[in-house]
Design a protein around this ligand. Structure first.
Ligand SMILES: Cc1cc2nc3c(=O)[nH]c(=O)nc-3n(C[C@H](O)[C@H](O)[C@H](O)COP(=O)(O)OP(=O)(O)OC[C@H]3O[C@@H](n4cnc5c(N)ncnc54)[C@H](O)[C@@H]3O)c2cc1C
Length: 524
């Protein structure tokens, strides 16, 4: 994928696109993969980097959602479990089975959660992962020796899927590009074009790197801007009701010693009635999340001190070694694009199902949903877009579509496993240039060859792109990411033909971004 080529293609296209998709998160990228695989001409425009929004900030689960089962939303759970099975098959390098234990401290918890999780197995049907089981206290501790032992009675084991969200997004981008899609990051859409009858027929976008303005005409424009979707919606209908009731979710990242095995902990009912997870991920532990209604949707949301304290307090109830602020290696915050159909102030109660809305002037907005269901969301969206854009009917192919890099047994590639079948090409780069072979920081297994690869093959344009989403350094250990930044930016500048002034500007910008991933011992 080369940005310059895509920009040239978008700039010089004489014909009308079948589809222009605004937003390069899971939703927009999923639609683009679906459209390109059906041979529709499609242009995706992302204002920042692919996955810069919520799609790199999830809990990293491909799951039916045990919480939605608690809420009685059986159809959402069944659909998500089916999608989990499809994704596990089509992207085995990025999605894997993860065992969870619900630790039980009260007598009633084992039968209660045991039955609930049997229903979860049942709903998965032929798409099931491993079966749930009741565990004795000793069996629980054999899996999770660092669990709080006082009062522990036993637990319930169940299985779900885990993934690397921004790596899946990049693999989807490659899949779309291979099928002829045109993808541009750093290309914000600033206006909608309407014809003489007031029907939307295109967009104005900027090339953020050159500042040049361009127009793309299209048979159908899709607003897939997640939590930002009201901005474009209001550009279309200035008096329209807002669709989104945004809420943010925070995760903290701890050292692996807090949860050394390969089993995750699921807490079904925190003190304030939420679900919380402690999950092993890339040799670290992610703990979260919160659900806090917010007023303003920002590209770089930040946690509140109260959210961090709440996660730490809950973790201390379940972990024998009690984590404190100084143990937090990184913290990340994402905004849920919840669709406010219920007009409620309790965002945890809002539906996680997706909504498709078509305005009077033909803007198709899709919002809500989950990463897990991105493929089904895309299929539903295309069904509407084909009618709206008067496109030729063509069958959806994504159920069977193998995602770029897919290969069984990818874990044999160690830290490069997420690249799947591309890993040998990165290893070759490291062999040819030994200075690219060693880790860039003692705390993280990231090598220089990944930086070069990100610039050459994955459209990384900034230091943040490389450290946050092509590699996950910023999410795993924000201080380590800041320490490795000078070496990374120099490698990147070499690949992108940039000078020392650019490197300095990138380092300053990255320090600003990294600040919301750092936790200070004494919050101000
Ligand atoms: C804390 C948290 C945890 C979650 N965990 C899970 C989980 O474990 N599993 C799961 O299945 N789901 C999970 N989800 C849900 C899932 O992450 C989201 O549903 C999904 O990522 C939303 O994707 P999206 O593409 O709609 O939005 P986004 O990823 O936010 O993408 C929208 C994109 O639009 C771009 N954009 C905005 N305006 C413009 C413009 N004018 N021009 C061009 N581009 C623009 C933005 O920059 C952004 O990149 C979680 C969500 C949260 C908040």
């Amino acid at each position: 994928m080369t940005r310059a080529q895509f920009l040239e293609q978008a700039r010089t296209r004489g014909e009308v696109w079948d589809l222009v998709v605004v937003g390069g998160g899971a939703t927009g990228m999923g639609i683009t993969v679906d459209a390109a695989s059906r041979h529709y001409s499609v242009l995706l425009l992302e204002q920042s980097d692919f996955g810069k929004g919520t799609s790199s900030r999830s809990t990293k689960l491909i799951h039916g959602g045990v919480r939605y089962l608690q809420q009685g939303n059986v159809s959402l759970v069944m659909e998500a479990l089916k999608e989990r099975g499809i994704l596990f098959r089509n992207a085995p390098h990025l999605v894997h089975d993860l065992p969870f234990v619900v630790p039980n401290y009260q007598w009633w918890e084992t039968p209660f959660y045991g039955i609930g999780l049997k229903v979860y197995d049942l709903l998965a049907g032929k798409y099931g992962f491993g079966k749930s089981a009741l565990l004795s206290r000793d069996e629980v501790l054999a899996r999770i020796p660092t669990l709080q032992q006082e009062g522990l009675r036993g637990g319930v084991l169940y299985h779900d899927g885990q993934f690397d969200d921004s790596r899946l997004l990049i693999s989807l981008a490659c899949t779309a590009a291979e099928r002829g899609a045109c993808l541009l990051n750093y290309a914000p859409v600033t206006a909608l074009h309407k014809d003489a009858e007031g029907i939307i027929n295109g967009v104005t976008f900027f090339d953020a790197e050159s500042g040049q303005k361009h127009t793309a005409y299209s048979r159908c424009v899709i607003n897939a801007t997640g939590a930002f979707c009201d901005v474009l919606h209001r550009e279309d209908e200035p008096d329209g009701e807002p669709m989104i009731a945004p809420s943010q979710g925070v995760h903290i990242v701890l050292d692996r010693s807090f949860l050394p095995g390969s089993t995750a902990i699921m807490v079904p009912h925190t003190r304030d009635g939420r679900v919380m997870f402690a999950i092993p991920w890339h040799h670290h532990v992610i703990v979260g999340t919160t659900d806090t209604p917010i007023q303003e949707v920002r590209l770089e949301p930040a946690p509140t001190p109260g959210e961090i304290d709440f996660i730490l307090e809950t973790a201390r109830d379940y972990l024998a070694r009690r984590p404190s602020r100084k143990d937090i290696l990184s913290v990340f915050t994402g905004i849920r694009p919840l669709v406010n159909t219920a007009r409620t102030s309790n965002t945890a109660a809002l539906s996680r199902e997706h909504t498709i809305m078509i305005s009077k002037s033909g803007l198709l907005t899709i919002a809500g949903g989950k990463w897990t269901t991105y493929r089904k969301m895309a299929e539903d969206c295309l069904e509407h877009a084909v009618v709206l854009g008067r496109l030729e009917e063509r069958p959806c192919l994504t159920r069977e579509l193998v995602i770029h890099g897919a290969m069984p047994g990818a874990t044999e590639n160690g830290p490069l496993a997420v690249y799947g079948s591309e890993a040998p090409r990165i290893q070759k780069l490291a062999l040819e240039r030994p200075e690219l072979a060693g880790p860039l920081h003692p705390s993280l297994p990231i090598i220089g060859a990944q930086v070069v690869w990100a610039a050459r093959e994955e459209m990384a344009r900034t230091l943040d792109d490389v450290l946050a989403r092509r590699t996950r350094a910023l999410f795993l250990n924000s201080r380590a990411a800041l320490e490795m930044a000078p070496v990374v930016v120099h490698l990147l500048a070499g690949e992108l033909g940039q000078n020392a002034a650019w490197e300095k500007q990138q380092l300053e910008e990255f320090a600003r971004i990294a600040d919301s991933f750092l936790v200070h011992s004494n919050p101000s």
